[in-house]
Design a protein around this ligand. Structure first.
Ligand SMILES: O=C(O)c1cc(=O)[nH]c(=O)n1[C@@H]1O[C@H](COP(=O)(O)O)[C@@H](O)[C@H]1O
Length: 278
């Protein structure tokens, strides 16, 4: 999906919600345990209940890899269940020397090889240009580069600035990576827990989409993110996982997940209207 198509989906659905699919076996509703693949059933019912309210899904691969071959199979089958009109994010946080990154890119982008073709993959910038560019060789596929993450440890490196540098490390990531590709193929991860940084980030990357996790369980505020985060094509994908997928642990889990997603979608609709984007 390209940038214009993504913005069209946002306008059509009046939503910039990304639902995180991070399933843990112990937290699944008990009635799903009778299925051959309970996590796949969980994901399918969540997708069926929310796909008209969100524009993206983001399975974090850790939640699948932990179950070995079975988990990877669940990920492939979950990918196959995504409707065609949603933007899909493999949250794998990859990045390695060039020839290895090329294999990671093939794993997430090339259906003939792996059975999956996500629209995007999250990539760590630490190893630099040649670790990122192999992901950029696929048309209409995106790199979502970690810039300023939502966790406490983001201050250990990302907000550090050495005396000889004009920018903090995360600012350098945003500035330097714009030499590798543009806003048609690259997004940045910026945590919702850092709303005070959005004005600065928009100064560095006015046109890019930002993937913003941290609304919901991590306490980030949607309105605070949008104050400076929105741009003329919306420019935001706001992710929420636990607050939606675990809204209920009973038989009504999909219904309750829909209610949570609907509440966020309705707030997003108001924000998009106020910004004259719909
Ligand atoms: O890349 C991410 O999606 C990500 C970056 C970040 O800075 N913080 C962050 O929580 N995430 C992911 O967002 C998901 C957490 O969503 P919640 O359950 O809503 O907190 C997990 O998959 C995290 O790996």
């Amino acid at each position: 999906m390209n940038k214009q198509q993504l913005f069209e989906q946002i306008q059509r659905k009046k939503s910039f919600l990304c639902v995180g699919l991070d399933p843990v076996m112990d937290k699944l509703p008990k009635h799903l345990l009778k299925y051959n693949d309970p996590i796949l059933e969980f994901n399918k019912q969540l997708i069926d209940a929310t796909h008209d309210l969100c524009v993206a899904y983001k399975p974090n691969t850790a939640f699948y890899e932990t179950r070995g071959v079975k988990g990877w199979d669940t990920l492939v089958k979950t990918w196959a269940h995504f409707p065609k009109d949603v933007f899909t994010i493999a949250d794998a946080k990859r990045g390695d020397i060039g020839n290895t990154s090329a294999m990671y890119a093939e794993a997430f982008f090339k259906e003939e090889s792996s059975g999956m073709s996500f629209d995007s993959v999250t990539v760590a910038p630490y190893m630099g240009k040649d670790s990122v560019t192999p992901f950029l060789t696929y048309q209409d596929k995106w790199v979502i580069l970690l810039a300023l993450t939502s966790n406490e440890g983001s201050k250990d490196f990302q907000t550090k600035q050495s005396e000889s540098e004009e920018q903090k490390l995360y600012e350098q990531v945003i500035s330097t990576s714009q030499q590798w590709s543009d806003s048609n193929q690259m997004m940045y991860v910026v945590g919702a827990t850092k709303p005070e940084e959005f004005q600065n980030i928009r100064r560095l990357a006015p046109d890019h989409f930002l993937l913003v996790p941290g609304v919901g369980a991590q306490g980030g505020s949607l309105s605070a993110v949008c104050e400076y985060g929105l741009n003329s094509e919306c420019g935001l994908l706001v992710n929420s996982a636990r607050s939606i997928i675990y809204a209920s642990s009973g038989e009504d889990f999909a219904e309750k997940a829909r209610e949570e997603a609907l509440a966020l979608q309705q707030e997003m609709e108001q924000i998009l209207k106020a910004a004259n984007l719909i």
